[in-house]
Design a protein around this ligand. Structure first.
Ligand code: DAH
Length: 370
């Protein structure tokens, strides 16, 4: 038997040369190419290139999941796939060419795997319903659903900032009794602040609270010193509504009680707060004032960005001994400071809002800006 016939027969059973033609893909039947003149595919790198082209085309042209599966078996099949054969060919590549072959082989393998994946995801979805509507397409993005009100944002930021100074949050009711709103705060029955024309009374001894200082009393009645809390919430006063006044607004109340608390602590806390909330260049100043529940009492003014005007942000002072007595604290043992600031003012200052009414009208075009 002529040797060429032998070799063809040998090759048909799968010889070391198999990989060459397997990798070449659509070449002549096994064996025949051996006796044919050398083709491009005898160059192992070129063989990889044509394997790649054939595989990419097969995945690209697949029209159904079954086509993809057939192409996958032909090219990426674990046992008889053409990629597998190309990998085996590496053994027969001379050492100095192995590296180049290996690199190209990896690139081709990855390209075919990616093509297979994308063919799968292109075809592995339900048939579209009548009229060619593709029910699997992503929907239209939802319109923006809204966000928190600027006053709520301010309140949350205050909780965060004072939280860093060690203040926790306390709460109290908006419908309050005269003991917490007045008596315990050293505001006796005859005091003009209790006048019905200055408060929203619900009955003789209940009202919508006119200040968050009420929460100071509730906290101290509930726990022994030391105390370090803020209280945030609505307060109500029958004021004429204009650009800077409203019958309802929000306050942040602060209270710190411990041994040896001084006015210097008060000023430090308020200055650190003002600079954190409004900016490093914010200055603060205390002006002598009077509140029945603090002694001494001050008005807290702030000035920002080298402005030429001090703006009053609230009141503060050292807790009056009578307040301590009303809640059962010993004024000989502890001292404390308290403050109450307007949240609307802080928020308006922060955002450059010049009319308080804008905050309550809930016009979405206004609110969307914050
Ligand atoms: N409660 C006062 C007001 O509504 C503000 C205030 C002043 C609160 C002095 C305080 C304080 O805690 O110590 O105007």
């Amino acid at each position: 038997m002529p040797s060429s016939t032998l070799r063809v027969a040998f090759d048909r059973r799968g010889s070391v040369h198999d990989g060459n033609r397997a990798a070449a893909g659509r070449g002549p039947p096994y064996g025949l190419s051996l006796s044919a003149p050398p083709t491009m595919n005898d160059d192992p790198i070129a063989a990889l290139t044509s394997l790649e082209a054939a595989g990419l085309a097969a995945f690209h042209e697949a029209k159904s999941p079954a086509d993809v599966e057939a192409a996958r078996i032909e090219f990426l099949g674990q046992k008889q796939g053409k990629i597998k054969a190309a990998q085996e060919r590496l053994k027969s590549i001379p050492n100095d060419a192995k590296r180049a072959y290996g690199q190209r082989f990896n690139a081709v393998k990855m390209a075919l795997e990616a093509a297979c994946d994308s063919a799968k995801s292109r075809l592995d979805r339900p048939e579209s319903v009548v009229g060619g509507i593709d029910v699997t397409r992503p929907g239209h993005p939802l319109p923006k659903l809204g966000h928190r009100h600027p006053l709520t944002q301010t309140a949350e930021e205050l909780i965060d900032l004072f939280g860093r100074f060690g203040f926790s949050v306390a709460r109290g009711p908006e419908v309050e009794d005269t003991f917490h709103n007045f008596e315990a705060l050293n505001i006796p029955a005859v005091h003009p602040a209790r006048d019905p024309s200055d408060n929203f009374y619900l009955s003789e001894d209940t009202l919508l609270r006119s200040q968050t200082s009420t929460v100071q009393i509730r906290v101290m009645k509930n726990q022994p010193p030391p105390v370090r809390v803020i209280a945030i919430g609505r307060v109500y006063r029958p004021d004429e509504v204009d650009a800077t006044h409203s019958f309802m607004f929000h306050q942040v109340e602060g209270l710190m009680v411990d041994k040896g608390v001084t006015m210097a602590d008060l000023k430090s806390v308020l200055r650190m707060f003002a600079q954190s909330y409004l900016g490093e260049d914010v200055k603060i100043r205390f002006r002598p004032s009077f509140f029945p529940f603090t002694e001494p009492s001050v008005e807290v003014d702030m000035m920002w960005h080298g402005g030429d005007r001090w703006v009053e942000m609230g009141g503060a002072g050292m807790v009056d001994p009578n307040v301590f007595k009303a809640v059962g604290y010993d004024p000989e043992l502890v001292t404390g400071f308290a403050f109450g600031l307007g949240i609307e003012r802080l928020c308006m200052r922060r955002h450059g809002i010049d009319d308080i009414r804008l905050l309550y009208q809930n016009d979405a075009r206004f609110l969307a800006q914050f």
